[in-house]
Design a protein around this ligand. Sequence first.
Ligand SMILES: NC(=O)c1ccc[n+]([C@@H]2O[C@H](COP(=O)([O-])OP(=O)(O)OC[C@H]3O[C@@H](n4cnc5c(N)ncnc54)[C@H](OP(=O)(O)O)[C@@H]3O)[C@@H](O)[C@H]2O)c1
Length: 334
Amino acid sequence: MQAWQVPKFGLENLCKAEIEQPKAGPLEVLVKLQAASINPRDYQIICGQFTENVDFPLVPLSDGAGVVVAVGSQVSQLAVGDRVTPLFFPNWIDGEAHGGERSISGGLESAGVLREFGVYREHAVGKIADHLSFTEAACLPCAGLTAYSALVPIANIQAGDSVLIQGTGGVAIAALQFAKALGATVIILSSSNAKLARAKQLGADHGINYIDNPNWGAEVFKLAGHGVDLVLEIGGTDTMENSLAAIRNGGHVAIIGYVAGADMGISVFPLIIKCANLHGIATGNRETYSAMMAFIEHHTIRPEISSSYAFDDARNALEEFALGTHFGKLVIDF
Ligand SMILES: NC(=O)c1ccc[n+]([C@@H]2O[C@H](COP(=O)([O-])OP(=O)(O)OC[C@H]3O[C@@H](n4cnc5c(N)ncnc54)[C@H](OP(=O)(O)O)[C@@H]3O)[C@@H](O)[C@H]2O)c1
């Protein structure tokens, strides 16, 4: 079968190879992969910016979707023909991860999805809602689940609450779609007025250009009346101070990304004064994934895809991703 592999760090080294097709063991399913989506982590892993601990050659990309084409003799929950996505953390089933449940993730410690077939234990894949295409489903295991984890299990967002979303990438646009389905008011940030206009078409109530308005925290606080209930913190260093200005007393900040720096040299005083709740998010577990998929099915939500590339053009897809021009997700359609 064909697979894309990284034999050493560097996007220029990403190459297609003919490798042996895996076979499903008794507790496993064989999945014919049909689509993948790109997350910043995938690009960073390939380029050697995420970790030095990579077993080469690596099949990259954590997020994909496909169809079960064979099942092991002891598989009980899945059948040939089921449409599934591999989970980001195949061993994190529910609750907190205390015992190494997050030690293996797709596209790093285990093979990623940029290959024709993959073998997975049955608990390591989740079923796809019927209305979703494979490319849409491939947007969900990391970006979608992270957005859902912040909104529902962490902040318990309800109709009438307000949410600030930073940027218009994969996590942000999933969060916009989920927050609107929950009945929340959404304020969204972007460097691009064209992307803000597009976010409004998807239901965003207010848009702020963070380049034109570097002190957006105070404006968000006012727009929400007395501060937002939740900030999805995508930026990091350059955004945290504004995020703390934007939340209400007792509000939540879901710490997700580091696109604007990973170090946070912030004062403790706004945290104390506002009794703020800070939560680190690491995508989510299988239980939350299943709840997200049921929610997506109930609201007939379709992930927003801005570009799609063929399997053979995977390197071009990663090059476009690095430019940051995408809105929502960038996918590879096998
Ligand atoms: N913790 C987790 O479990 C988890 C899961 C998934 C992703 N992440 C992390 O979350 C971040 C976002 O992931 P993604 O998949 O959504 O990435 P993405 O699709 O590449 O989107 C990145 C977005 O960041 C926005 N941005 C850049 N600088 C900004 C700033 N100073 N203020 C506000 N927004 C800014 C950009 O918005 P505009 O182009 O509109 O300006 C862009 O849309 C990344 O750091 C990723 O590694 C973490």
